[in-house]
Design a protein. Structure first.
Length: 247
């Protein structure tokens, strides 16, 4: 009777892959189940809302800061060239693409009535500050250089070469001038070519050819007060400004 060889039993036990196959199948199933669980959790999580579109009308913080720092400055310019120099500065600002750093450029004026020799009234513009213009701007190296390199501009007003912003009272006086009521006719000053202390001669009226000194000027009414010597006494006479002429 043949006996079983123990080496054959060991060979049979080592060569049977059933145990390893079962273990591999179980591990694969666990991985699949874990991936499925992760997928379910991801699908059940709430979706984030889409980002809001940018507002085209919104202004960036940098632009707001720049506008907030703009001030009014007075520039010294060539006398009797205020308008042309202001135009040149506006043109240079456009050409250099620096409009975001500049606001208004103003030559402050007022309406003044003058009279011709035949008595006709004529309204014209009179500069409030001859030899100066005003600009609303943000000061930095580029804007300072652009202004200083514009022909006809000599400098900013200020101390120690540092541009000095205008006082609020001066801005109200020269820039934000009061708006007249539409129902009321605006009061126009009368341009009088005389000042206190001028020597004049009366050219018509009861005191024709009398000489005297201007003691007062009333631009609102177009009259001057002249001190005339009558019978040895200095007498103030109020005359229309066109009744006298300079000596």
């Amino acid at each position: 009777m043949n006996q079983a060889d123990p080496n054959d039993a060991e060979l049979t036990q080592d060569s049977d892959p059933a145990g390893e196959t079962d273990t591999t199948d179980m591990e694969s199933q666990e991985v699949v189940e874990a991936e499925a669980s992760d997928t379910e959790e991801a699908s059940s999580a709430p979706e984030l809302p889409p980002a809001a579109p940018p507002d085209p009308n919104a202004t960036s913080a940098a632009v707001v800061d720049d506008e907030a720092k703009m001030d009014w400055y007075i520039l010294k310019v060539a006398f009797n060239r205020e308008d042309s120099i202001a135009d040149s500065l506006r043109k240079r600002v456009r050409m250099e693409g620096m409009g975001e750093f500049f606001g208004e450029i103003v030559v402050p004026t007022e309406d003044v009535a003058t009279f011709t020799r035949d008595g006709k009234r004529r309204v014209s513009k009179r500069k409030l500050l001859p030899g100066y213009i005003m600009v609303n701007m943000l000061i930095n190296d580029d804007t300072w250089f652009l202004v200083r390199e514009t022909g006809g501009i000599s400098d900013f007003t200020g101390s120690a070469g540092k541009p000095m912003p205008m006082e609020s009272a001066d801005i109200e006086r020269f820039i934000n001038r009061p708006i007249e009521d539409e129902d009321e006719e605006p009061q126009i000053k009368i341009g009088i070519p005389f000042k206190v202390g001028d020597r004049v001669r009366v050219k018509e009226g009861n005191f024709e050819n009398q000489e005297g000194d201007v003691d007062g000027v009333d631009e609102a009414n177009g009259r001057v007060t002249v001190i005339i010597n009558i019978f040895g006494r200095s007498v103030p006479m109020e005359l229309d400004h066109w009744q006298v002429e300079p000596l």
